[in-house]
Write a protein that binds this ligand. Structure first.
Ligand SMILES: NC(=O)c1ccc[n+]([C@@H]2O[C@H](COP(=O)([O-])OP(=O)(O)OC[C@H]3O[C@@H](n4cnc5c(N)ncnc54)[C@H](O)[C@@H]3O)[C@@H](O)[C@H]2O)c1
Length: 342
């Protein structure tokens, strides 16, 4: 069995990745290292094969815990662990610097100490800032690094440390930069699950500013497949943009969700814009497609239907979150209450 070490595997994308790899391979054993912050959820992992998936609760900022959990000669570290929500980084950035920057450096040091073959850093298109609205401009791997939010700045800093580990110490590294993900098990503070869960409860759907910010959406399982291919086939030191050429204005996304659920557009409530809100993200994934032989398999309509169906069928999962600390966070951010759900 080939050991791989996945951090943040109890979160949205990490758990999709873990599930996919356990299914697609037979010779890989996963150590899933996750601190179980508000965004980590063991319910995301409860039906996995214990012989090939070992969960370890731990913080990537805790060097001793990382060294203890990471076996010698591990084939790869996949670093998903992060503080991942832009709004939270605007409210308080320090946790983002700790986990996303210091935590990444601690993992890089551990990778060298334990002779790990390859380090895969899961980054984001947001490190490249924002694009003009009516332009045919896209992010490529050579776009300048110009992060605008504290979240994006912390992810950009992490990328720089990954690069430095390669240039200084010769560590084998890969960076993947993906656009906005959607799919099953995404924490309901993020746009799509927020809108689905509010709409299911007939509550107002808060939309920032004029609603015309553009995001390039990708189904989470397509992202997970691209990360695996980057690990298997990517060239050391390279970064790979991942996107499904699926640009949508936020308001279009929200309207599609309401239509799919048969709910009225009058539930939409425009709220003050997010500070420093990036206007447009759009990814040119040609390098990933050509060099790794990857392409997205799930189109937007199918992916959105699958996602909505999952939230409808897993209302307990959503309600555990909506009835917890998330309620206070939501009220502080939007100045609105969400109803207690059963
Ligand atoms: N969600 C997106 O659209 C998107 C797009 C591109 C890149 N990314 C990147 O993908 C990765 C995963 O994103 P996500 O949406 O699944 O995030 P998420 O917030 O759903 O999950 C993050 C996970 O990391 C864990 N974690 C947080 N701090 C930790 C720490 N100090 N030590 C150990 N574990 C810790 C949490 O418990 C949680 O399980 C992140 O690195 C993010 O920057 C996300």
């Amino acid at each position: 069995m080939k050991p791989i070490f996945v951090t943040g595997g109890a979160g949205f994308i990490g758990s999709a990745f873990v599930r996919q790899i356990l299914e697609a391979t037979s010779d890989v054993k996963i150590i899933n290292f996750d601190a179980l912050t508000y965004a980590g959820n063991l319910e995301n992992l409860n039906d996995l094969d214990a012989a090939r998936h070992q969960f370890v609760k731990g913080d990537i900022c805790d060097k001793d815990a990382v060294l203890k959990a990471l076996p010698d000669e591990t084939d790869a570290i996949f670093n998903f662990a992060a503080e991942s929500h832009v709004d939270r980084s605007i409210a308080s950035a320090s946790e983002f610097v700790m986990t996303n920057v210091l935590g990444t450096q601690i993992l890089l040091d551990a990778a060298r100490a334990k002779n790990v073959r390859r380090f895969v850093q899961i980054s984001t298109d947001e490190v490249m800032g924002t694009l003009p609205e009516d332009d045919a401009a896209f992010f490529t791997e050579n776009s300048p690094i110009e992060p605008n939010s504290p979240y994006a700045a912390s992810k950009a800093a992490a990328e720089h440390f990954v690069r430095a580990a390669r240039e200084t110490f010769g560590l084998d590294t890969i960076v993947t930069r993906c656009g906005n993900n959607y799919g099953q098990r995404q924490f309901p503070e993020k746009l799509i699950p927020l809108m689905i869960s509010n709409a299911m409860n007939d509550e107002p759907l808060p939309v920032y500013g004029d609603g015309r910010n553009v995001r390039d959406w990708i189904f989470v399982e397509d992202h997970a497949r691209a990360i695996w291919l980057a690990y298997e086939k990517g060239k050391s030191g390279e970064s790979y943009n991942i996107g499904a050429r699926n640009e949508r204005q936020n308001i279009e996304v929200v309207q599609s969700i309401l239509d799919a659920l048969g709910k009225p557009h009058s539930l939409i409530k425009y709220v003050d814009d997010r500070l420093g809100h990036d206007r447009r993200y759009a990814i040119d994934a040609a390098k990933t497609e050509n060099e790794l032989g990857w392409k997205p398999l799930t189109d937007w309509e199918t992916g959105l239907q699958k996602t909505i169906r999952w939230y409808r069928e897993n209302q307990d999962w959503v309600n555990h979150i909506r009835n917890g600390a998330y309620r206070d966070y939501y009220k502080k951010l939007y100045g609105m209450e969400i109803a207690q759900s059963r």
